[in-house]
Design a protein around this ligand. Structure first.
Ligand SMILES: NC(=O)c1ccc[n+]([C@@H]2O[C@H](COP(=O)([O-])OP(=O)(O)OC[C@H]3O[C@@H](n4cnc5c(N)ncnc54)[C@H](OP(=O)(O)O)[C@@H]3O)[C@@H](O)[C@H]2O)c1
Length: 165
């Protein structure tokens, strides 16, 4: 079935970024992100991100290893990643590619907004970071998303939501 999931980390105000970066450093959360977005099978997951998020990744981690990196940008060619002109183009490419296992949207704010309203969005996996980091970019969980599970980790809590039909 054509579906995709969304993964994000936000502070208690829903803040996801500040000045083009993530304003916290929680190694356990980064490990969690890597584990959830990477498969151990032959087929790789696609991680779809906006151009600003791609640019925010440190050079030593991009492209994200073991995953097919797809960057949504209306206008640019980028070194190290595939590009798509729209979220839908990135999704269609991923769904049509038999070598891609799961499709995951990894930010930022613009892409989250569009993805969470998309009819094929399945789950949102949201790490909540305690505190208020004075962010300038936010994620808003639509009311149609229902919390189905919550788990505490060191320094963050993972909430899993499913999109209501
Ligand atoms: N906490 C988290 O989980 C998390 C995850 C990811 C990012 N972030 C943070 O989020 C912030 C970046 O978010 P952002 O909203 O500024 O940028 P973004 O969503 O990463 O990228 C926006 C850019 O992506 C392209 N784009 C997005 N939607 C598009 C569409 N529908 N059609 C065509 N192009 C589209 C455009 O690129 P062009 O201008 O090139 O056309 C647009 O300028 C940073 O602070 C980053 O650190 C946080």
């Amino acid at each position: 079935m054509k579906s995709f999931d969304v993964i994000a980390a936000a502070d208690e105000q829903g803040g996801i970024g500040k000045d083009g970066k993530t304003p916290w450093h929680i190694p356990g959360e980064l490990r969690w992100f890597r584990e959830v977005t990477t498969t151990c099978s032959e087929n790789k997951n696609a991680v779809i991100m906006g151009r600003v998020t791609w640019e925010s990744l440190p050079n030593n981690v991009k492209p994200l290893k073991g995953r097919v990196n797809i960057v949504v940008t209306a206008s640019r060619e980028l070194e190290g990643a595939m590009t798509a002109k729209s979220l839908q183009e990135a999704l269609d490419y991923s769904w049509e590619n038999p070598e891609i296992a799961n499709v995951i949207i990894i930010g930022g704010a613009l892409l989250y907004k569009e993805a969470l309203l998309h009819p094929n969005c399945g789950y949102l996996v949201l790490s909540v970071i305690p505190g208020d980091y004075g962010c300038d970019k936010f994620i808003e969980v639509p009311a149609s998303f229902k919390l189905i599970g919550s788990r505490s980790h060191k320094g963050f809590t993972v909430n899993c939501f499913v999109r209501g039909r």
